[in-house]
Design a protein around this ligand. Sequence first.
Ligand code: GDP
Ligand code: CA
Length: 319
Amino acid sequence: MRIVALAGGIGGARFLRGLKDVVAPGDEITVIGNTGDDIHLFGLKVCPDLDTVMYTLGGGIHEEQGWGRAEESFAVKEELTAYGVGPSWFGLGDKDFATHIVRTQMLGAGYPLSAVTEALCDRWQPGVRLLPMSDDRVETHVKITDGEGTRAIHFQEYWVKLHAAVDAEAIIAVGADTAKPAPGVLEAIAAADVILFPPSNPVVSIGTILAVPGIREAVARAAAPVVGLSPIIGGAPVRGMADKVLAAVGVAASASAVALHYGADLIDGWLVDEADAEAVSEVEAAGIPCRAVPLLMSDPAATAAMARAALELAEQVRG
Ligand code: GDP
Ligand code: CA
């Protein structure tokens, strides 16, 4: 079976680990990763979501934190701060720096991001084929108004520095309109037996991937059933501030609103948490088969059960 999953960072990576636990030997998982969170820091190209997937599936992740390397130190960051060189709000550890140095060096030598990602994965052996959504530069920016006026700032500045404390007025995927899907992306979608939307951020993770021209159309057209899992439980994101970016696109922070935001043109099945069982009829009324199952990725077994439920729903809705 060929499974394709669109993925952001932590929510996507943790779900993918559960998915790997339940697939049969020989099944192939292709992950299309969000690169809209990418940022240039200290002259280096940093791809937070691709790295979170790679480290999580490759056994290098800082488990409690959910991002960055395990057993990390911060000597380089402290030295940069001593020189007065920032930003200090983005946590790059010493081991993590090596990844960004290798990536930047390869990009400088002319390799596309997809080839660089493949080379990095040679070391980490994540057990999935990890493709960036695009080799072209796409950067998510957030329009805000604060004491300094109205302006657009990089998504990482909004998320990590400001902790999404200010309302997001608009989300702009800069460069997305002219970006091309990375090699293999459209082919994987077309050849898939199942397409999954993990409980990743619907706006700045999955939404950004779908904003690359051709990807949304390919998913909508695909022969494979498309099943998504709600990142919202009981009216709140399980982790992070997804409600702030949902509000920016006019979508309520609820399991049913996210399903309707994707819409019946795109998804063929939707899983909500048992706490949101009342959302099932609303989602089904919109033409999207829906089930309520436990959706908290509290441990590997719970996460694997979520992946199994998603694959089962895919089988049920297969035409
Ligand atoms: P990011 O790029 O690191 O923000 O990660 P993603 O976009 O892949 O996932 C973030 C989303 O994962 C957030 O909106 C969370 O609500 C969701 N999330 C995190 N943990 C869980 C969980 O245990 N269950 C569910 N259903 N969603 C989760
Ligand atoms: Ca992200």
